[in-house]
Write a protein that binds this ligand. Structure first.
Ligand code: SF4
Length: 470
């Protein structure tokens, strides 16, 4: 039996691709093991979003190659490189990494089994280049019945509702790697969600490059980002959320990666009216200065964003807003950063991340004049992060004394609706709370981004007594 080990790098979207590969491997009777050392085949599913992710991917590939060279017993081990990096550098990689046995693109993940069989049947002499299984333009999108083995803990799952992106952001390479936006059908996503809930999943995280664009690729005309979205024109995220909310059971639906351009009042109303949709919105805004938003081609302006944030806050009471910003984009001035800090101060985002702009080969922004020095990027990054740390501390302090429904991730660690897995903060709870289940707790302290809590209705002394009696 062939033993395969898979190293999954990058974001949740890549993780779903890894899960699909594992599902196919297991379906073919191959054994998937955690330990690369004892595997016959090692797959590195790479990320190539920015330079640092590329470097991390290359480091993993070189490490696997080094290890198999050191272990004579495993010198026959096959090395396959999949994911965004294979797709992005399809032409260059086979020549620059001859030690790899095969590169596979994003559309080939469901063919992982025949690809492994093929590389076993290939003679690999000194001058034979790696096999390459990469189609030029990615079009694949999984369905509810695509074989998949979940790699997340049993109580939460990622569901990819669409793939690809039609936005023109000048800093981003993703549309060139992952192709045009294509949505699954509502029925397909609902069938998958039903299955997950039946398996005991308590949190369904909806993911794609732009979740708010869900369904709109099937409309007769592309919605204009500068005019209000009319969701009655066809399938939209609103229709999906209402169907998911109607599935029986106690679970959360979390919406990740929304683009501000395609929000609508109907979407705000839908979230407010669907109690299973977490009071949490992830909406990367990237900047607030009109100059920067225009240079980034974000299809939105500062006034639109400010108004949208107000409408979301007013329409969905208790919502936690998560966003990300980029500092150091070409042409950014100190005045732009001042404006950004002022916006952060006045909006008080519950969750916020900041990226230093990365000059990515193949993007329009990479060729723009006014590239910002690393030193200035670093300084601006620290400035916004320091500001957010203060805000996060006061947001956490305001939670003390409140009662919160949490999902217990591991002994002693839980998350509330305002915390997405692997991204946001944690709620530290007593170790006795059952993992994978919801609990109601009362916040009794905080530490920067994290909260401290006890089961609702119990003082620390009562909790100790109750635990001793168990
Ligand atoms: S919305 Fe912009 S940043 Fe996000 S994946 Fe699409 S092009 Fe990239």
């Amino acid at each position: 039996m062939i033993k395969v080990s898979l190293i999954s790098l990058g974001c949740a979207k890549n993780l779903v691709d890894s899960e699909i590969m594992v599902g196919h491997l297991q379906g073919a009777g191959m054994r998937v093991i955690p330990d690369a050392e004892h595997a016959d085949v090692v797959i590195v599913n790479t990320c190539s979003f920015i330079d640092s992710s590329k470097e991390e991917s290359i480091a993993h590939i070189l490490e696997v190659n080094l290890q198999r060279g050191l272990r004579k017993r495993r010198s026959e081990q096959k090395l396959i490189v999949a994911g965004c990096m294979s797709q992005r550098f399809a032409k260059d990689l086979p020549g620059s990494m001859p030690e790899v046995d095969a590169f596979i693109g994003l559309d080939e993940i469901t063919r992982i089994v025949p690809i492994i069989e093929e590389i076993y049947s290939r003679e690999r002499g000194r001058n034979v280049p790696p096999a390459s299984f990469v189609t030029p333009r990615s079009t694949f999108i999984p369905d509810y019945n695509t074989p998949r083995f979940r790699l997340t803990p049993p109580h939460f799952a990622y569901v990819k509702i669409a793939e690809g992106c039609n936005h023109p952001c000048t800093f981003c390479i993703i549309p060139q790697i992952r192709g045009r936006h294509r949505s699954r059908t509502v029925d397909s996503v609902v069938a998958e969600a039903r299955q997950l809930v039946a398996e005991g999943v308590k949190e369904i995280n909806l993911i794609s490059q732009d979740t708010t664009f869900f369904g709109m690729d099937t409309w007769d005309e592309r919605p204009n980002p500068r005019t209000p979205v009319d969701s009655s024109r066809g399938t939209a995220l609103t229709s999906l959320l209402r169907e998911l909310n109607a599935i029986g059971g106690d679970f959360w639906i979390r919406i990740l990666y929304t683009h501000p351009a395609h929000w609508s009042d109907e979407l705000i109303r839908t979230i407010a009216e669907c109690p299973k949709v977490a009071r949490y919105v992830d909406m990367p805004l990237q900047h607030i200065s009109d100059r920067m938003l225009s240079a980034m081609q974000r299809e939105t302006g500062g006034a639109y964003i400010r108004d949208l944030v107000l409408r979301i806050r007013a329409g969905i009471p208790g919502i936690a807003l998560r966003t990300t910003f980029i500092v150091g984009f070409p042409g950014e001035t100190e005045a732009d950063v001042d404006e950004l800090c002022e916006f952060v101060r006045e909006t008080r985002f519950e969750r916020l991340g900041v990226f230093r702009y990365s000059q990515e080969e193949g993007t329009r922004a990479a060729k723009m004049p006014g590239q910002v020095s690393s030193k200035d990027k670093e300084r601006r990054w620290h400035r916004v992060m320091a500001l957010q740390k203060e805000i996060a501390g006061s947001v956490s302090a305001a939670s003390v004394g409140k009662t919160l429904k949490v999902l217990v991730d591991e002994p002693g660690v839980a998350r509330g609706e305002a915390d997405a897995p692997d991204i946001d903060g944690r709620v530290h709870v007593p170790r006795g709370l059952e993992v994978g289940h919801f609990a109601t707790v009362r916040i009794n302290g905080h530490h920067d981004y994290d909260l401290l809590a006890l089961p609702a209705g119990q003082s620390p002394a009562e909790f100790k007594v109750a635990k001793q009696a168990q």
